[in-house]
Design a protein around this ligand. Structure first.
Ligand SMILES: [Ca+2]
Ligand SMILES: [Ca+2]
Ligand SMILES: [Ca+2]
Length: 144
């Protein structure tokens, strides 16, 4: 009897971890945090643009220079997470509504996340602005 308990406990803890990973993938502040290439806690517009280029290249799995539904990952969690991420990005950026985001559109288009986070509009998102932005994003998630 007792031996059968462990697999159940392990399965339970694995499931408990999944929602946390999902929530993190939806956190728009993650994009800003990862963009801080020199790790000084401040994200410049240049760093943000370079960060978007890196993100695009990672998501554009078939390397055709555009993000669309054919760029989903092939396996499990990665598939779900990148699928969701790509769908959100397409929804946010695809202004002509063809269900596809081109690389230049993504990298050099509107930096909505950056503009929202850069409270004093000086072209740099500093630690305080990033913290405030995360707090606002967090509050919005709880309101839904
Ligand atoms: Ca920096
Ligand atoms: Ca593609
Ligand atoms: Ca600022």
């Amino acid at each position: 009897m007792e031996r059968t308990v462990w697999p159940v406990v392990l399965a339970g803890s694995a499931m408990a971890l999944a929602p946390a990973a999902e929530a993190q993938s939806r956190d728009p502040a993650q994009l800003l945090l990862r963009a801080d290439a020199n790790g000084d806690g401040r994200v410049t517009r240049e760093e943000f643009t370079a960060g978007k280029a890196r993100l695009f290249d990672r998501l554009d799995r078939n390397r055709d220079g555009a993000l669309d539904s054919s760029d989903r990952g092939r396996r499990g969690l990665l598939r779900r997470r990148s699928g969701e991420r790509i769908r959100q990005l397409i929804d946010a950026m695809d202004e002509d509504g063809i269900g596809k985001v081109e690389r230049h559109e993504f990298v050099h288009g509107r930096a909505r996340v950056f503009d929202m986070a850069d409270g004093n509009r000086d072209g740099v998102v500093d630690r305080e602005e990033l913290a405030a932005f995360r707090k606002r994003a967090e509050e919005r998630r709880h309101q839904r």
